[in-house]
Design a protein around this ligand. Sequence first.
Ligand code: SF4
Length: 101
Amino acid sequence: MNEMTTIQTAKVEEKLYQNRYLVDAGRPHIRVKPHEVPSAGLLAMIHLCPAGCYSVAESGQVELAADGCLECGTCRIVTKGTGEIEWNYPRGGFGVLYKFG
Ligand code: SF4
């Protein structure tokens, strides 16, 4: 049998776009605590967060927009030793809604 098989691949960004996110306005489930200089771990979250929630302000402080958070817990683990973030799951009914397939 000599059949050609087509394998369809999708980029991670395309997969993530399938998810939906219900924002709990004014109640972000993750907060970056006030800081002067971010630790290396907190700074690394700009590249590590799979949802791109972290960014650096012109002041050099790390900022977080929790909308779109995948609740993977990476930032919680990376900053566990510094205590720079406050991490909770979203309230029931809010947060990411995964779409599979
Ligand atoms: S839990 Fe994961 S997706 Fe959410 S902000 Fe932290 S690293 Fe990003």
